[in-house]
Design a protein around this ligand. Structure first.
Ligand SMILES: [Zn+2]
Length: 312
C-alpha cells in the first residue's frame, strides 16, 4: 500500500444516503478548516458501499452542495465502490496471517454465548468470496488521545467483540474500508463527528493488524435537534442544499465554537473560507455535549448500523 502524500492530509468522507445536512456540514467544514489551518491538503471520499441505502444521484448531490459551499477537494474524489480489490487484498492478508477468520455466528448467537464463537467451531463449508469475516481482537486496552475529548481507552474483546470486516451479505464493513482508504489516501489527521468516537479503537486495532500508521484524531461535537437527538437523515434532518451557503457556513463556524467576530463578511463562500482560516482555533471546539467518553454499554452492532446511517 503506497502513501500518496507526505505532510498534513485531512479528509471528509460522507455516505451518500441522502442530501447533506447541518451535521455533515459541521464535519465537512471542521475537517476543511483544520487541514487548511495546518497548511495541509483536504481530500474527499465517497463511502458508497451500501447500494440499497443510496438513493440515485445522492452522491452527486452531496458533491454539488460541497462545491456550492466553496469546499473544494485537493484531488479527485475517491469512490469506495471502485475499491473492492483493495479491500479484498487487505482481507486476504489478514486471513493469511491468522488475524481474521470466517464467522458463521449470528449476532444473536454471539450475544447468547458472551461472544464465544460456537457457530464457528465446526464451520459450514463456505465460499471464500462470501460470508462474514471478523478481525480477531484481544482485551488489551487500546488508547488514543483525541484532540477534543482527551484520552480514550477501550478493551475491544469485552466491549465490542471480534470486528466484522465483511458482512454476511457480502458487503464490506465500514471499519475495513475506512482504514484501508485512509491509509491509501495518506490521511494523517482525521476530523469527524463524535458518533464515530467509539469506532476509533476498532480502526486502530485494524491499522495495527495491517501494519498501517495511526492518524491523529479530532472528534467534533454532534449537532442535535430541539429534543437533544443527534441530527441525521434518518431522523428527518433538513437538507441544506437549498439554503444560503454563506449563512450555512457561518452557522457551522459558530457550532465549531469559533469566534463570531472572526467570521468575515465576504461575497463568496470561497472568499469567506479563505479569510477565516487564520482565525480558526481547534482549541475552541467544544466536546460532544453528551460527553465524549465511550459508553461500554453501547452494543457494537447497534452502533455499527448508526455509523452506516450517518458518518461524517
Ligand atoms: Zn463466529
Amino acid at each position: 500500500m503506497t502513501l500518496l502524500s507526505p505532510g498534513h492530509v485531512g479528509r471528509f468522507a460522507p455516505s451518500p444516503t441522502g442530501p447533506l445536512h447541518a451535521g455533515s456540514l459541521l464535519a465537512a467544514l471542521g475537517s476543511w478548516m483544520y487541514a487548511r489551518r495546518h497548511g495541509g491538503r483536504w481530500l474527499l471520499r465517497m463511502e458508497d458501499l451500501d447500494p440499497p441505502r443510496e438513493p440515485l444521484g445522492a452522491a452527486e448531490n452531496q458533491l454539488a452542495t460541497l462545491a456550492r459551499l466553496g469546499l473544494h477537494a485537493d484531488g479527485p474524489v475517491l469512490w469506495q465502490s471502485r475499491r473492492h480489490a483493495a479491500y479484498a487484498e487487505a482481507l486476504a492478508r489478514l486471513q493469511a496471517e491468522g488475524l481474521a477468520f470466517p464467522c458463521a455466528c449470528s449476532r444473536a448467537d454471539l450475544a447468547a454465548t458472551a461472544g464465544i464463537h460456537r457457530g464457528c467451531v465446526v464451520p459450514p463449508p463456505q465460499d471464500p468470496r462470501t460470508g462474514s469475516v471478523r478481525l480477531r481482537v484481544d482485551d488489551r486496552p487500546i488508547a488514543f488521545d483525541d484532540e477534543v475529548h482527551g484520552r480514550i481507552v477501550q478493551r475491544l474483546a469485552s466491549s465490542v467483540g471480534d470486528v466484522v470486516l465483511r458482512r454476511a451479505d457480502g458487503l464490506w464493513a465500514y471499519q475495513l474500508a475506512c482504514v484501508v482508504d485512509d491509509a491509501f489516501q495518506g490521511v494523517t489527521h482525521i476530523v469527524r463527528g463524535a458518533d464515530l468516537l467509539d469506532s476509533t479503537p476498532r480502526q486502530i486495532a485494524l491499522q495495527r493488524a495491517l501494519g498501517l500508521p495511526t492518524p491523529h484524531y479530532l472528534h467534533l461535537p454532534l449537532r442535535r435537534d430541539a429534543r437533544g437527538r443527534k441530527l441525521s437523515k434518518s431522523e428527518g434532518a433538513a437538507a441544506i442544499d437549498g439554503q444560503n451557503p454563506l449563512e450555512l457556513l457561518r452557522a457551522a463556524w459558530l457550532a465549531l465554537g469559533q469566534d463570531p467576530a472572526h467570521w468575515p463578511g465576504a461575497a463568496t463562500p470561497e472568499a469567506a473560507l479563505a479569510a477565516a482560516v487564520p482565525a480558526f482555533d481547534p482549541s475552541r471546539i467544544p466536546p460532544d455535549p453528551v460527553g465524549g467518553a465511550i459508553d461500554p454499554a453501547r452494543h457494537c452492532d447497534a452502533q455499527h448500523s448508526s455509523e452506516l446511517a450517518d458518518k461524517g
